[in-house]
Ligand binder design. Structure first.
Ligand code: PGA
Length: 247
């Protein structure tokens, strides 16, 4: 596994953008898997800058987001569709019809999950998947205990995730308790993966993911089974790692 340690979140965003751009420019219908949260924001800022200043072209790019809260409409300011429009899609030349975020609204979310898997398969799978990591080791909303073979599904959020995410909501009671998420098996099917992380609150999860056993109790540890994963993490996150890293 490749682990790149950088000094700050801005550099993290640039290094992750370099990895993505290289593959994106070599593929006519590049399929990009996307994540929400605070961590990928410097990456999205950098992709927008490259689009504006360097004409990085998104016109034929197809995207699939990892997850969405259950019960929030796409227009809700805490929905992940809203987040993606605001922080990326509205600022690049992507065809919005080619951007996909799981649907968290409707009577038959199971059917929506199956459809999401089919849509990913129909475009030939994800070329590059962006991931963050939860302080509990989750990827997407695959919380500890999720099957390492899981596909897109409806999941119950843990108290730790609800607490972590409550900073975005007026009060903790407003945080949805369920989400739709790509499964760990879905993530592992991507051709390549880049996991970004910064901040001391992620140090423990990063160490468990990289150096701990492969276990459903740390969903990110499943990435040890994938041959094409790069971690781009800041120094505070890399504290205490004993494996070889690049700087
Ligand atoms: P964060 O979320 O980037 O906002 O810390 C990451 C995650 O929970 O996957």
């Amino acid at each position: 596994m490749r682990v790149i340690v950088v000094k700050d979140p801005q550099t993290m965003g640039k290094r992750a953008a370099d990895l993505i751009q290289e593959v994106m420019e070599s593929k006519p219908h590049f399929v990009l898997g996307l994540a929400t949260g605070s961590t990928p924001m410097p990456l999205y800022k950098e992709l927008i800058r490259r689009h504006k200043d360097e004409k990085l072209d998104f016109s034929t790019v197809i995207t699939f987001n990892l997850d969405e809260y259950v019960g929030l409409k796409p227009t809700h300011d805490q929905s992940y569709r809203y987040f993606m429009n605001k922080h990326l899609f509205d600022h690049i030349n992507i065809n919005k019809k080619c951007t996909h975020v799981p649907c968290g609204i409707g009577d038959d979310l199971e059917a929506e999950c199956l459809m999401y898997e089919e849509m990913i398969e129909d475009v030939g799978g994800v070329d590059y998947q962006v991931l963050g990591i939860g302080s509990n080791g989750h990827i997407g909303f695959n919380e500890p205990g999720t099957s390492l073979a899981s596909r897109t599904h409806v999941t119950q959020l843990t108290e730790s995730t609800i607490k972590d995410n409550s900073r975005m909501f007026a009060k903790v009671q407003d945080v949805p308790t369920q989400a739709v998420t790509m499964g760990i098996g879905t993530v592992l099917d991507a051709e390549r993966v880049v996991l970004v992380a910064n901040g001391a609150n992620k140090t423990k999860a990063i160490k468990a993911a990289l150096e701990g056993p492969i276990t459903a109790m740390c969903p990110a540890s499943a990435l040890q089974l994938h041959p094409g994963v790069t971690y781009v993490i800041t120094e505070d996150c890399a504290k205490g790692l004993t494996i070889a890293v690049e700087r």
